[in-house]
Design a protein around this ligand. Structure first.
Ligand SMILES: C[S@@+](CC[C@H](N)C(=O)[O-])C[C@H]1O[C@@H](n2cnc3c(N)ncnc32)[C@H](O)[C@@H]1O
Length: 240
C-alpha cells in the first residue's frame, strides 16, 4: 500500500512537499531530540561509506536542511556539492546553514524532483540520499534517475530507516516509534500527521534485501547494506 501523509486522494509527491514545508522550522531540532542526537552519527557513518577520498561532484538527493551536504564538506571536502529537494522551506533552512558556514560557492541547493532530475547523464561521481527515498512517489523511477546522473563507476550511498528485527529491541522500539515519537512530533512540529506518517511509511517500505533488489533493478551493481543501531536504520550502497 502507498502510504501518504494526509489523504488518499492527492498525489503523494504534493503531500510530501507540503508536509516538509510545514515541519521545516522544527525539523532539525526534532531530529536531534527524537533520536537523542544519534542521527548525526548515522549521517557521519553514511558519508564514511563513500570510497572516493575527495569526490569531484557530490549530489545529495532529498537534501532537506543540508545536513549531509555540510557534513560531507567537513569530512571529505568534495570539490562541488549539489543538494536537491522538492521542499522550498527545507531548502531555505539549508541555505541559511550553508551561508552561515560561508560555503555558498561550494554547496548549491536546488529545488528539483529526484524522480525527474534536470542533470545530464554521467554528471556526478558520488550520490547520497539520507531519509529521502522512502518519501519518493515512485521509488524505482527515483533510483533510476540517481543511476542515470551518476558517472560509470560512481557510488550511491543511501541512509534509510529500517525495521528492527530482534526481540526484545524490536518490541521496545516499536512502542516508542509508534506511540511516543508521534506525540512529541505533533506537539513540537504542529503537524498532526508528519510523525505518524514517519512510522507508517517505514513499516511499508522495502528494507534490507528487498531494497537491494530495487537498487539492482535500477542498474546498480555490488550492492550491500549495513545495519545501524540494532536495525533502526541501514546504509545501503552500490555502484553504477
Ligand atoms: C526526512 S527528510 C531528509 C532530509 C535530509 N536528507 C536529512 O538527512 O535530514 C526527506 C526529504 O526528502 C525530500 N523529498 C521527498 N521526495 C522528494 C523528491 N521526489 N525529490 C526531492 N526531494 C524529495 C523532502 O522534501 C524532505 O526534505
Amino acid at each position: 500500500m502507498d502510504i501518504k501523509p494526509y489523504n488518499e486522494a492527492e498525489a503523494k509527491k504534493a503531500q510530501v512537499e507540503q508536509m516538509f514545508d510545514n515541519i521545516a522550522p522544527s525539523y532539525d531540532l526534532l531530529n536531534r531530540v527524537l533520536t537523542l542526537g544519534i542521527d548525526t552519527t548515522w549521517r557521519k557513518k553514511a558519508i564514511n561509506t563513500i570510497q572516493k577520498t575527495t569526490p569531484e561532484h557530490l549530489l545529495d538527493i532529498a537534501t532537506g536542511t543540508a545536513d549531509i551536504a555540510l557534513e560531507a564538506y567537513r569530512l571529505i571536502k568534495p570539490t562541488q556539492i549539489t543538494g536537491i529537494d522538492i521542499s522550498h522551506e527545507m531548502l531555505a533552512k539549508g541555505r541559511e546553514k550553508v551561508s552561515k558556514k560561508g560555503l555558498d560557492t561550494t554547496i548549491t541547493l536546488l529545488k528539483e524532483d529526484s524522480e525527474n532530475l534536470s542533470f545530464s547523464d554521467n554528471t556526478f561521481d558520488v550520490a547520497t540520499a539520507s531519509f529521502g527515498v522512502r518519501n519518493f512517489e515512485n521509488l524505482d523511477k527515483g533510483l533510476m534517475e540517481i543511476q542515470r546522473v551518476l558517472q560509470p563507476g560512481g557510488q550511491v550511498v543511501i541512509l534509510e530507516f529500517t525495521k528492527p528485527t530482534s526481540f526484545p529491541f524490536k518490541q521496545l522500539f516499536n512502542v516508542y516509534f509508534k506511540n511516543i515519537l508521534p506525540v512529541i512530533g505533533k506537539f513540537k512540529s504542529k503537524d498532526s500527521r508528519a510523525y505518524e506518517y514517519l512510522y507508517e511509511s517505514v513499516q511499508a517500505f522495502p528494507d534490507y534485501d528487498l531494497f537491494l533488489t530495487r537498487m539492482r533493478s535500477a542498474g546498480f551493481r555490488d550492492c550491500s547494506y549495513k545495519k545501524l543501531s540494532l536495525g533502526i536504520c541501514a546504509i545501503y550502497q552500490g555502484y553504477k
